[in-house]
Ligand binder design. Structure first.
Ligand SMILES: [Zn+2]
Length: 144
């Protein structure tokens, strides 16, 4: 995928690095058609390290929310918020009070696209987004 996109960077680490890079890239590419993916990994790391319901895990989820606000504020500042679909997808939760999880197929997919309103699980996320962007899916690509 790296060779097929205008910009690719992995391993930025903490939320602040990811968020600031996201803001910078929206400034650079936000006035043209774009597809962006920003991965904030800190809640996952805090959850695995400190467990569900830990203050560290909760703080990182709140920090993600703050960065989502800053990124959507940037869309508004650029005047493209009304014509930009935003999808917020989570990785997984944790088993109550633990630093691990069993099979966790249920996730939240939040969007400002009113067509995204249905019950599903993790395997539906990619198919849902591809459908919205009219990317044809091969018949063999159905979830198993
Ligand atoms: Zn994880």
């Amino acid at each position: 995928m790296k060779s097929k996109v205008d910009y690719f960077e992995n391993g930025l680490g903490v939320n602040e690095n990811v968020g600031n890079k996201g803001l910078e890239l929206l400034d650079k590419y936000g006035r043209q058609r774009f597809l962006a993916f920003f991965h904030f990994q800190e809640p996952d790391h805090a959850g695995h390290a400190h467990g569900e319901n830990s203050s560290e895990y909760n703080a990182m989820i709140i920090d993600d929310d703050r960065w989502l606000g800053r990124l959507t504020d940037k869309l508004r500042e650029l005047g493209i918020d009304k014509r930009t679909y935003v999808f917020v997808i989570v990785d997984h939760g944790f088993d109550e009070g633990l630093t691990s999880h069993a099979n966790a197929p249920f996730v939240i997919l939040g969007s400002n696209n009113p067509d995204v309103m249905r019950v599903g699980d993790r395997r539906d996320v990619a198919a849902t987004i591809l459908e919205i962007f009219d990317v044809p899916m091969a018949r063999t690509a159905r979830p198993c």
